[in-house]
Write a protein that binds this ligand. Structure first.
Ligand SMILES: Nc1ncnc2c1ncn2[C@@H]1O[C@H](COP(=O)(O)OP(=O)(O)OP(=O)(O)O)[C@@H](O)[C@H]1O
Length: 351
């Protein structure tokens, strides 16, 4: 739309084509009665005092509106920032010893980050998050498509390359799950907000295992539900191609499904964990010792086969957790329980 045709159209028509322009008009103090006015009529009716408060001249309004629409359309059509690979270039450990690694990760890669408490797992995730360039305590560098990222990538907001899901997630907004998801979908300029909200919500409920409702206030969600909601949100809505997860074991989330979901979206996933089942879900694991990557272990076929069997043990343990959660006693025969576990494991190994 040219500047000229834009200012002669009615605000109502413009909002049908570009719903996000509502924010622009609201800032200028649009009363709902003015929606049937042409854009230029509305611009002419804005008081000089309001323009002075906003630091704008009347002549600037039309070009500003056009630039705003162009920028929003660009965001809408550009979609996710794309990355073919990231390269992690070693820095040094806590004693200053060099970390001799150069690790390339591609979309769909899941890498676990393992190591004792305090060894530096979170530091590694933080280095990826800030796209470190030798400027963090570990002196690591992160390259995007083989190059140092350029400054435009530190824009933040929704075009961010990296999404982080951390263990401590507290909502501070007093809104319902529906409002929270709608706001996010709106800010991502999603066309069909209701379907996006439904999709994220049903995925989150599946992951959480414990049902909640669309009108539940986000502040009333349990730790596991909040985490499930954020994982579903990142998987279904976030444009970020890199996802960092700091521990999902204690959150009552179906961890396997959560990871599968992220992998299907062709994200690069780095997952710090102490849990053997999660660690084995990655194609490889980075072993952190004293602040440095001490080893890189590729998950072997034997480990994958073991994981399959251990998962059936885990499902049996999940039944126990459920019983405890529902206030039941754990009075069962241990021998029977173990032979049940083994039988399931053998069955799943044959599938
Ligand atoms: N290479 C390094 N050089 C200097 N300091 C480091 C390095 N790696 C980690 N650290 C520092 O060591 C401390 C512990 O690291 P971090 O919190 O990453 O450990 P962690 O493995 O995530 O621990 P936890 O399992 O308890 O979450 C932090 O202060 C971190 O900044």
């Amino acid at each position: 739309m040219t500047n000229d045709s834009l200012i002669h159209t009615t605000i109502a028509q413009l909002l049908t084509q570009h719903p996000y322009a509502k924010d622009f008009f609201t800032l200028l103090g649009l009363p709902s009665a003015s929606r049937h006015d042409a854009v230029d009529t509305f611009f002419a009716s804005i008081s000089q005092e309001r323009l002075d408060n906003l630091g704008l001249s009347r002549e600037e309004l039309a070009p500003r509106l056009q630039a705003f629409i162009a920028q929003m359309e660009k965001l809408r059509t550009d979609g996710a920032p794309s990355v073919q690979n990231i390269t992690l270039c070693g820095g040094r450990d806590k004693d200053g010893h060099p970390e001799n690694i150069r690790l390339e990760l591609r979309p769909g890669d899941v890498v676990s980050v393992v190591g004792p408490t305090g060894s530096g797992k979170s530091r590694l995730l933080a280095d990826v998050e800030c796209l470190a360039q030798g400027d963090t305590p570990s002196a690591r560098r992160v390259l995007l498509d083989g190059q140092s990222p350029d400054d435009s990538l530190w824009l933040g907001g929704e075009q961010r390359l990296v999404a982080q899901l951390s263990q401590n997630m507290n909502f501070v907004m007093d809104v319902s799950v529906r409002e929270f998801l709608s706001l996010h979908a709106e800010s991502r300029l999603v066309d069909d907000i209701d379907s996006a909200v439904e999709q994220i919500f049903s995925t989150a409920v599946l992951l959480a295992g414990e049902p909640f409702q669309l009108d539940t206030p986000v502040t009333a969600l349990s730790g596991g539900q909040s985490r499930a909601l954020m994982i579903a949100d990142v998987a279904c809505l976030s444009a970020s191609p890199i996802v960092l997860i700091d521990e999902i074991e204690n959150a009552g989330v179906d961890r396997r499904q959560a990871l599968d979901l992220l992998v299907k979206q062709e994200k690069i996933v780095l997952l710090a964990t102490h849990d053997p089942l999660l660690a084995l879900l990655g194609q490889r694991r980075l072993v952190i010792r004293n602040g440095g990557i001490a080893d890189i272990i590729d998950t072997s076929d034997a480990e994958r086969a073991l994981l399959h069997k251990l998962n059936s043990f885990d499902r049996k343990f999940a039944e126990l957790r459920d019983r405890v959660r529902h206030g039941q006693r754990l009075d069962f025969d241990l021998e029977d329980f173990l032979s049940d576990c083994l039988c399931n494991a053998q069955q799943s190994a044959m599938e």
